[in-house]
Design a protein around this ligand. Structure first.
Ligand SMILES: Nc1nc2c(ncn2[C@@H]2O[C@H](COP(=O)(O)OP(=O)(O)OP(=O)(O)O)[C@@H](O)[C@H]2O)c(=O)[nH]1
Ligand SMILES: [Mg+2]
Length: 325
């Protein structure tokens, strides 16, 4: 693995509020006439698992700000463009969702839709999603981890996008890949499907004590990005895409609040508070009405994870070795 070389990366952070209004062609900063291939990678995971640190690892320099565990319940995202190996990767770093997924208030719900709409618009305009990078800590899977996986792999990406699981915080392992050998069974048992994985650390540690593992981690993660992002990007008609999210997230509201948001009320709020165009808001609520405003998962796939039944068996603690120094 250590004899694999990648060309130096070039990185440019992009203001997401601006991106939504720019056609993809205007975002090109390549000085040559031949544009590199562009691939959209959506980076998701619980709060504080290391998503932004992962962006920095891939980039080779600090472009994203690591958080101090501040809890959020939005789907806020920021795009960073990193080029290596002749491919331009647009990394969409999302804020982790916390346990409030089950107990949101209306303002939080509408805020999450607002952010989801911005993200979907950006992804749709730039060709769709090539890869979902699901980031988790090598340690514990809890309900939030499962909910986050379900939200993005099953609902947001409609099961149509390859998934790579990046397991972070593995600097204590002599061989980080060992984590996967020990826990692959548990990962599958809990409903996480993945096309590829990367067992890594996204920190250099105190006084760079994990520098060597950090560098190896960069090679590993860049390799999986390159390998699993090559298929045709997936996207959907925007209103259908947004509707699925709106319906799914509706289950995060207490029934009392969900009831107050009937179709007419929701349509107004989608425009005023979530930034949807009037046309998209109308289309979303019409599609919801057609389903009776009740389900949070598409009917077409009956085999989707039954979240409630899975909750009964949680949490699971994945095997973790003691420090070896
Ligand atoms: N030990 C260790 N610490 C890490 C690792 N990755 C990230 N951290 C630390 O964990 C904290 C959170 O990291 P972030 O990269 O901000 O996590 P995030 O997933 O982007 O967090 P949110 O954006 O808040 O959801 C920071 O203090 C990081 O330095 C890792 O692999 N090992
Ligand atoms: Mg972050």
């Amino acid at each position: 693995m250590s004899n694999i070389h990648h060309p130096a990366a070039t990185v440019s952070p992009i203001d997401s509020s601006v991106l939504g209004h720019l056609p993809p062609a205007m975002r090109c900063s390549s000085p040559t006439s031949e544009r590199p291939i562009r691939r959209n990678v959506l980076i998701v995971g619980d709060v504080g698992v290391g998503k932004s640190s992962l962006v920095n690892l891939i980039s080779g320099k600090v472009v994203a700000t690591a958080s101090r565990g501040v809890k959020s319940c939005t789907l806020q995202s920021q795009e960073y463009v990193v080029t290596f190996g002749g491919v331009e990767f647009a990394l969409h770093d999302t804020a982790g969702l916390h346990e409030a997924q089950d107990n949101m208030n209306t303002a939080e719900y509408l805020g999450a839709i607002h952010q989801a709409y911005a993200l979907i618009s950006r992804l749709e305009q730039s060709g769709g999603i090539n890869l979902l990078l699901f980031c988790m800590k090598g340690g514990r899977i809890n309900i939030t981890t499962q909910q986050t996986y379900y939200l993005f792999a099953e609902v947001f990406c409609n099961r149509q996008v390859p998934v790579v699981i990046a397991v972070t915080h593995l600097e204590d392992y002599a061989c980080m890949e060992q984590w996967w050998n020990e826990n692959e069974g548990a990962i599958k048992e809990y409903g996480f499907r993945s096309h590829g994985h990367a067992c890594i650390t996204t920190t250099r540690g105190y006084e760079n004590m994990f520098s060597a593992k950090y560098e190896v981690s960069r090679e590993v993660i860049r390799n999986v990005l390159m390998e699993y992002s090559g298929q045709v990007a997936w996207k959907q008609e925007r209103a259908t895409w947004v509707k699925r999210l709106v319906l799914h997230m509706r289950s995060w509201l207490p029934p009392r609040l969900a009831k107050q948001l009937d179709s007419g009320e929701l349509r107004k709020k989608l425009v005023k508070q979530c930034g949807l165009s009037a046309e998209d808001a109308k289309s979303v609520t019409q599609k919801m009405e057609a389903r009776g405003m009740s389900t949070d998962a598409p009917e077409e796939d009956k085999s989707r994870m039954d979240e409630k039944s899975r909750r009964a068996s949680l949490p699971v603690v994945l095997y973790r070795r003691r420090r070896e120094f």
